[in-house]
Design a protein around this ligand. Structure first.
Ligand SMILES: Nc1ncnc2c1ncn2[C@@H]1O[C@H](COP(=O)(O)OP(=O)(O)OP(=O)(O)O)[C@@H](O)[C@H]1O
Ligand SMILES: Cc1cn([C@H]2C[C@H](O)[C@@H](COP(=O)(O)O)O2)c(=O)[nH]c1=O
Length: 204
């Protein structure tokens, strides 16, 4: 059984992650790959609690961090690891890099958050950081018909963008400029994923 391939798409709200996750999944499926798409926070009990808090009022920083960690432990054990072991391509819309970004804006050390997560969460084969100016991202959120929630305050998003970009030197990270059209961004994503998949196949 070939090993799976683990792709994570990260970035601040409104950069186009969900859009590109769906497109990438369809593109790889059309190539005959077995693909699993998922997102964090998940639709599980912990994920639902934290997602509700975005509208009803944020949890304490400690509770919020614990809820995201609990949600991820279940996600890793119940979906991510089994799918990778079965040789599937797993594509996530957000993962622990979002925890590093968003929960560090509430006082936690992002490197400490990374350590706690990597005790149980596998490092992805490829992390795509979708990058866009905060004001442009907020315009897209508005155009989508949403009102910025508790997680989407401008100053918070700037901090998060900086944390995501601080990962750019990691060997498994590629930064994707998202200011272009939908199709231009998709073309760039597909090109990078193809190259990485080929490299992995060559390494055997
Ligand atoms: N390249 C693009 N150019 C213009 N609009 C885009 C582009 N990519 C996505 N959009 C639009 O911007 C909005 C946000 O896209 P999407 O929901 O995929 O972002 P997201 O990063 O998943 O946001 P969130 O993290 O808040 O869920 C949507 O209305 C989408 O149609
Ligand atoms: C995984 C994760 C997410 N968040 C925040 C970031 C977003 O504002 C919301 C999720 O909303 P989306 O529109 O579905 O992307 O949750 C976070 O603060 N910490 C995390 O670990």
């Amino acid at each position: 059984m070939p090993d799976g391939f683990f792709i994570v798409i990260e970035g601040i709200d409104g950069t186009g992650k969900s859009t590109q996750v769906a497109r990438l999944g369809a593109w790889l499926t059309a190539q005959g790959r077995e693909v699993v798409l998922s997102r964090e926070p998940t639709a599980g009990p912990w994920g639902r609690k934290v997602r509700e808090s975005a509208a009803t009022g944020r949890l304490s920083p400690e509770e919020e961090l614990e809820y995201f960690l609990n949600d991820r432990r279940e996600h890793v054990e119940e979906l991510i690891r089994p799918s990778l072991a079965a040789g599937k391509v797993v594509i996530l819309d957000r993962y622990y890099f979002s925890t590093m970004a968003y929960q560090s804006s509430r006082g936690f050390d992002p490197q400490e958050i990374r350590k706690r997560n990597e005790l149980f969460a596998p490092v992805p084969d490829l992390l795509l950081v979708m990058d866009l100016d905060v004001d442009a991202a907020l315009l897209r959120i508005g155009a989508r018909g949403d009102v910025a929630n508790e997680f989407e305050k401008r100053e918070n998003l700037q901090h998060c963008r900086d944390v995501f970009l601080s990962l750019r030197e990691e060997p498994f990270v590629e930064v994707i400029p998202c200011g272009g059209s939908l199709d231009e961004v998709t073309e760039l994503v597909n090109q990078i994923v193809s190259t990485r998949l080929l490299e992995t196949r060559r390494q055997g």
